[in-house]
Design a protein around this ligand. Structure first.
Ligand code: NAI
Length: 341
């Protein structure tokens, strides 16, 4: 099947071409993001392959369908960038990679947590300048601290287990409930309000949906422990970034680790080091000494990339074989039904 791969970086080419030796599709690559200017490249391709910041809004989907595209292969788990209802109405098949390496994201989350707690980002700069003072680098023991995990899915589960390994008390909130295996391992199922009130560290591992948009807003921030550490490796719009900045200024949030940002589509995955970045909210975030931002790299391990490439091409095989309708990788409106509380 002819597939045009958008937002193709060197690692995408490497892994997709390697995996394709087992699948035999005809792959073409463009570094361009999917957008109004680049949509015409897809004309005549029965399938395109996109990444997290390639918007698949109603207009884009309609133009893709008009150009002959029937299949959209997402090289990611998240599907918040897709207008799912419109895709369904147009008869477009959208397939994703729901699980590739929950360990990659969970381990990066721990990396952010440790960096913030022990101020490794500041220590790195200091020692390079032969400044060996310890002022400002004090952290806290993780053992015995309470860590709140929002979302007990694949990534939240791995993260919760790692934090148990550190000797933390782990509270988990998930509207679908907490898997019994985690409860047996000593994790505690918690209502969201209790988790927010009791946790020294809060980490977000739920998807971005209309119900979770700005989950961390005014009410949640008011409930959190003063000085809490907040980590978001899920999707930027789970946080109301403007309010989070106010909470950083007041000290309500004591440390913030982000791998995702509400407006990251305008920033991430590009070299903007010689440009003027006009997003003042993002630039303000970078001024805080207790904020660490990485540019959506939590998934970025060798193992995860290979798994993404393999599943993406298997999804194309399923589509050709007429198996897409029953595929667990299909993005359709059943994913959007609100979870029971
Ligand atoms: P998953 O689907 O296995 O788990 C998500 C869990 O969140 C489910 O158990 C669901 O019931 C729960 N949930 C839904 N609404 C909730 C709410 N209001 N409060 C608490 N929990 C709620 O997803 P997985 O694989 O664990 O991924 C989680 C998120 O991580 C993805 O949705 C994606 O946005 C993000 N992600 C980020 C990556 C990165 O590189 N930074 C890479 C991969 C995923």
């Amino acid at each position: 099947m002819r597939i045009l791969v958008y937002s193709a970086h060197s690692h995408d080419r490497r892994d997709l071409l390697a995996a394709n030796q087992r699948h035999g599709h005809a792959l073409d690559f463009t570094e361009a993001r999917l957008g109004p200017e680049t949509l015409r490249l897809a004309a005549g391709y029965p399938a395109i392959c996109t990444f997290v910041n390639d918007p698949l809004d109603a207009d884009t989907l309609a133009r893709l369908q008009a150009g002959g595209t029937g299949l959209i292969l997402l090289r990611c788990a998240g599907y918040n960038q897709v207008d799912v209802a419109v895709a369904e109405r147009l008869g477009l098949t959208v397939l994703r990679v729901p699980a590739y390496s929950p360990h990659a994201v969970a381990e990066h989350t721990v990396g952010l947590l440790l960096t913030l707690n022990r101020h490794l980002h500041r220590a790195y700069n200091r020692t390079r300048e032969n400044d060996f003072r310890l002022e400002g680098l004090e952290g806290f023991d993780l053992v015995g601290k309470t860590v709140g995990v929002i979302g007990a899915g694949r990534i939240g589960t791995v993260f919760a287990r790692i934090m148990r390994g550190f000797g933390c008390r782990v509270l988990i909130h998930d509207p679908l409930g907490v898997p019994p295996a985690l409860l047996a391992e000593g994790m505690i199922a918690s209502a969201l309000d209790d988790l927010l009130a009791e946790s020294d560290v809060v980490s977000l591992h739920c998807p971005l949906t209309p119900a979770t948009h700005h989950l961390i807003g005014a009410a949640a921030l008011a409930r959190m422990k003063p000085g809490v550490m907040l980590i978001n490796t899920s999707r930027g719009a789970l946080l109301d970034t403007a309010l989070v900045i106010e909470a950083l200024k007041s000290g309500r949030i004591g440390a913030l680790g982000l791998d995702v940002y509400e407006q990251e589509g305008d920033l991430f995955f590009e070299d903007l080091s010689s440009s003027i970045v006009t997003d003042d909210v993002f630039q303000r975030l970078l001024t805080f000494p207790n904020v660490v931002v990485t540019g959506h790299q939590a998934f970025f391990t060798r193992e995860a990339l290979a798994a993404i490439a393999e599943t993406t091409l298997s999804n194309a095989d399923d589509y050709l074989a007429g198996r897409a309708a029953g595929s667990g990788n299909r993005v359709d409106s059943s994913l959007l039904r609100p979870a029971p509380v």
